[in-house]
Write a protein that binds this ligand. Sequence first.
Ligand code: FPP
Length: 259
Amino acid sequence: MVVTSQTAPPLPELTSRPRHVAIIMDGNGRWANGRGLGRSEGHRAGAEAIRPVIERLAEHGVEVLTLFGFSTENWGRPRAEVQTILRLGGEFIDRYLEELHQRGVQLRHLGDPERLPGVLQKKVRQAVERTAHNDRMIVNLAFNYGGRADIVSAVQRLIAEGVPAERVTEEAITARLATAGLPEPDLLIRTGGERRVSNFLVWQSSYSEYYFTDRQWPDFDAAAVDDALLEYAQRRRRFGRVLDDGSRDPGSDESGAND
Ligand code: FPP
């Protein structure tokens, strides 16, 4: 994919890069409040922030991006706000599908489509079908997604398939999650200053590196992507093991934390 980020800073070199980045795009409401705008304007600005982030991550060679657009818990928001977010999801597809397709992006949907408005279901389905053969980068749009519901659905599938208890393994569950076949998120970014996972990819993020930033999502730009990836490159991932040099971590207090 030829990507031109006209206003982005020069691309920094990374010593290691994540294959899969997942993002909780938080802070749209506060971004709007801080400007005397309504929450809808915050979500609109948030939707506009997405494309430059996809571009920058593609420039860095990230293979998979998962965006938390609407959680199973977000139905509890005021009806008008729910409608705004879902409408923006559809508008995002209308506006960027062709461009993303030309650039080799494969769009996928994570979550239960059934409860989404019919018009959005159709747009999502068309976007997934149109881009199904692209292989430059996968962008998962999580809409009506919940991490626990994802696990429940995987277990239900195991039961429906008649898999015996002794063959219910971590691999068997992983293979039935919405993200089956994809690498687990290496880096999970949350904007907006909160430091929690909020039922996003709860199974898949067991060994993800978390990156929390106070920046509100609409302000998360190419330079912010670079900051997150540069920090990721500094992390030493152990997956519960010791490192090749026998240490747990430079400066570690050896307190026995199991990470
Ligand atoms: C969190 O901010 C944001 C959301 C719940 C919705 C995210 C939706 C978009 C960015 C638009 C459409 C999405 C796609 C994938 C095209 P918040 O409302 O919780 O902000 P606050 O914490 O400041 O109130």
